[in-house]
Design a protein around this ligand. Structure first.
Ligand SMILES: [Zn+2]
Length: 148
């Protein structure tokens, strides 16, 4: 079994509007993203160079397209956060990202799960005969969540 890992990061603010602590307030993190790709063998796809699970640049490009370009320099809110409608009313072009309803609040756990799902719906696994095995999201302060 081979496991390839790509690490990258993005900057974003969030708040947990139902939380009864300091994370209720808008604050930012330098979020680290780690994506692990698992494969039974090397070069299992016609697109893969010999001796590789997958070209690292391919994994990185897809992570950038699906996760980083969506979340970098944004404010991530729950779709149910009452602040959201006021922000859009104030300025339409604000980069406010609403978590899809099923993820509820933009916690580290829910962002990891959401990013995992965003990668799973790409054709990455099919095209490269691999499995996206986990996404780890870190708030950059030693706290992280790994979703498998
Ligand atoms: Zn936070």
């Amino acid at each position: 079994m081979f496991i390839n890992k790509v690490e990258t990061s993005f900057e974003a603010a969030h708040r947990l509007h139902t939380y009864r602590g300091k994370c209720r307030h808008i604050h930012g993190h330098s979020w680290n993203v780690t994506v692990e790709i698992r494969a039974e063998g090397l070069g299992r796809s016609k697109k893969t160079p010999p001796g590789m699970v997958m070209d690292f640049s391919v994994i990185r490009r897809i992570v950038n397209e699906e996760i980083i370009s969506l979340l970098d320099h944004t404010l991530i809110l729950s779709a149910k956060d009452p602040l959201a409608k006021h922000l859009f009313h104030f300025e339409e072009n604000l980069k406010v990202i609403l978590m899809p309803n099923r993820y509820l609040e933009p916690t580290c756990e829910n962002i990891a799960s959401w990013c995992f799902d965003l990668l799973k719906v790409t054709k990455l696994e099919e095209e490269y005969s691999c499995t996206i095995s986990s996404v780890t999201i870190s708030e950059g302060d030693g706290n992280s969540c790994r979703y498998e």
